[in-house]
Write a new protein. Structure first.
Length: 143
């Protein structure tokens, strides 16, 4: 498989309900995308680091999720011309605009786990102190 070949996917139409929540879920929905995005809040990561942080997901699934997030303009992929190939993923400005949502989801999940007596190490769900992008930056960011 040639990872350097650009992939073009058909954009999922979020028009069934016309709801903004549907539009959001069409981009970040699923089990692994929010988890990957949450880990990328800490900065650039290589593919194997993402795989180590999500051991229950197969490398193929992580690859598919990363490609969809890249196609939607949420993350960017940088390929370095060296042997072995080095690829890094990081959030775009549009991706960083999801930080408040991801942190809130983490906090809600921690409360849900506590309510049900589930003991699980969810890692650090605290904001990193990075200023969130302005509404104007979010609206003008290109996917």
């Amino acid at each position: 498989m040639n990872d350097s070949a650009p992939t073009k996917r058909t954009r999922r139409a979020a028009t069934k309900t016309g709801c903004a929540v549907e539009a959001t879920i069409s981009v970040i929905g699923g089990i692994w995308k929010p988890v990957i995005l949450f880990h990328l809040l800490d900065g650039k990561m290589r593919f194997n680091a993402i795989c180590r942080l999500t051991p229950a997901a197969t490398p193929r699934m992580i690859t598919l999720q990363l490609r969809e997030l890249e196609a939607d303009g949420i993350i960017s992929r940088t390929i370095y011309p060296e042997v072995p190939p080095k690829v890094e993923y990081e959030l775009t400005e549009l991706g960083f605009s999801l930080e408040p949502l991801l942190v809130t989801m983490c906090g809600w999940g921690e409360r849900l786990q506590a309510l049900h007596g589930i003991i699980c190490d969810t890692g650090n769900c605290k904001p990193r102190g990075r200023a969130a992008p302005t509404d104007e930056a979010i609206l003008t960011a290109r996917p």
